[in-house]
Write a protein that binds this ligand. Structure first.
Ligand code: NAP
Length: 456
């Protein structure tokens, strides 16, 4: 895959980059080693100032960076700008809280002064996806740099200019010794970099095959890794829910980021007592969505990021219909330029159909009828993934049964699944391991050092 910006709305290639040579990679690895000594030697207050400045610069540049994302991967412009604002938020959050999260923790022991000290690990390799080109990177970069680590970013090959812009804003904010470097490289160059002794850990957000590859390389070299992988999140609606609100948010949760979000709701599991009503309102709302140029503020769904995603989605929908699923709306790519695919709804989906448990990375919703709470939990868990779940009910006891029974990294009740700097984010099963954000996120890439000073 070439490293290039190709506008997904038009198919036009805007810029192509040569991958770094072995010599250039070596220079950056050496620089990362030096930058680590600089950054770990800084006080939290010093790092915090630089991180706060990053937030300010992101806010100043949000329109330019937002437009860049939209042009590189097709996200609606308002969402792109909101994404840059959210990055500013995570920078502020860790600039203010990192010191507290990583302060020495005293432990009561007999005849000793004992405590836990959190120390940085060194250069961390971050392999990142294109779907939230800024957010995915900042939710790693902000805690890592604040902990005293340094970052090496291998971004997805279709968002090279976003990758360079992230390096630029951190440099401009004062992380100017190479604390955060973008490596314009292909996926095939990742193993050699991860095997280098100077790289101490890795984090990957992306697909299962990429995650398995990075985690196994890291394991072979005895390095820590964090994986944020795919999801096929359930969105469960029970009879006591506010149906109007549930339908409105169901549509939003499915088409967020043109449907290309790991935590987009993908499987809608609705109690049989309200199924028909939900189905008709949901299909109606999906039909009304405006598909088109993501730079037009009135557009709800832009193009998919790459032609291959349209091909994959088309295959999944076609195979699901062949397996017996009912197509209620959509099911077609748009003719002409750009990677556009119609908002699509499938129902009566048999377990053999791809739409039953696979991740559909685009505006395709799968509807399921559940008999009761236990049945809804059973369907929700019938997937290899376990990232998020959204539950709609006004019955607190029922909500508790879902919270306990659903196998996922997060459960949201009467709200769509979202990430927030203050709470941990991550998955179980094939959705990965480790956590980002909150106090847990900043403690992933640190040495948890036990100190035991005997009292004499
Ligand atoms: P992807 O193909 O796995 O790519 C992600 C990153 O991994 C890219 O930088 C890619 O580089 C690199 N990569 C691919 N294969 C690799 C390999 N064998 N070794 C090392 N690096 C490799 O995923 P994607 O299509 O960009 O992203 C979509 C997936 O990400 C979906 O499954 C989605 O659910 C998941 N995702 C998860 C989260 C989460 O937080 N759990 C968030 C967002 C997205 P190239 O671009 O050069 O191939």
């Amino acid at each position: 895959m070439s490293i290039a910006t190709v506008n997904p709305s038009t198919g036009e290639t805007l810029r192509v980059f040569d991958p770094l040579t072995a010599v250039e990679i070596e220079q950056r690895l050496a620089r990362a080693g030096e930058a680590f000594h600089v950054n770990r030697g800084r006080s939290f207050a010093d790092r915090g100032q630089r991180m706060k400045r990053t937030a300010e610069l992101l806010e100043e540049r949000k329109n330019d960076y937002g437009r860049l994302m939209t042009v590189e991967m097709g996200k609606p412009i308002k969402a792109s700008i909101a994404e840059v604002e959210k990055c500013a938020k995570v920078c502020r959050y860790y600039s203010e809280n990192a010191e507290g999260f990583l302060a020495d923790e005293h432990v009561r022991t007999e005849a000793a002064d004992s405590f836990i000290r959190y120390q940085p690990l060194g250069p961390v390799l971050a392999v990142m996806p294109w779907n939230f080109p800024f957010w995915q990177v900042f939710r790693f970069a902000a805690p890592s740099l604040m902990a005293g680590n340094v970052g090496l970013l291998k971004h997805a090959s279709n968002v090279p200019q976003s990758a360079l812009a992230i390096e630029e804003v951190l440099r401009d904010a004062g992380f100017d010794h190479g604390e955060f470097q973008t490596l314009l490289i292909g996926a095939g160059q990742v193993p050699a970099i991860l095997e280098d002794e100077r790289v101490r850990a890795a984090t990957l957000t992306g697909s299962e095959p990429a995650g398995a590859s990075v985690a196994s390389t890291a394991a072979r070299r005895i390095k820590k890794s964090v994986l944020e992988l795919g999801g096929s999140d359930p969105f469960v609606v029970m009879p006591s829910a506010d149906l109007e609100e549930a339908v409105k948010i169901a549509v939003k949760a499915r088409i967020v980021n043109n449907g290309q979000s790991c935590i987009a709701a993908k499987r809608f599991i609705v109690h049989e007592a309200i199924f028909d009503e939900f189905e008709s309102r949901f299909v109606d709302a999906m039909k009304k969505l405006k598909v088109g140029d993501p730079l037009d503020e009135s557009v709800d769904v832009g193009p998919l990021a790459m032609p291959q995603i349209v091909n994959d989605l088309e295959k999944q929908v076609k195979a699901s219909v062949e397996a017996g699923a009912k197509l209620l709306t959509g099911g077609n790519r748009r003719s002409g330029r750009g990677n556009f695919y119609e908002p699509t709804v499938l129902s009566s989906i048999p377990p053999s159909a791809p739409a039953f448990a696979e991740e559909t990375f685009g505006p395709v919703a799968s509807l399921f009828r559940a008999k009761d709470t236990a049945d809804a939990i059973r369907i929700a868990n019938a997937t290899p993934f376990g990232l998020g779940a959204s539950i709609w009910t006004s019955d607190r006891d029922e909500a508790e049964r879902f919270i306990d029974g659903i196998e996922s990294g997060q459960v949201f009740v009467n709200a769509m699944v979202a990430s927030d700097p203050r709470v941990p984010f991550g998955g179980v099963k094939h959705s990965g391991f480790g956590r980002e954000l909150g106090v847990h996120g900043i403690r992933e890439f640190v040495n948890i050092k036990t100190v035991w000073i005997a009292l004499v």
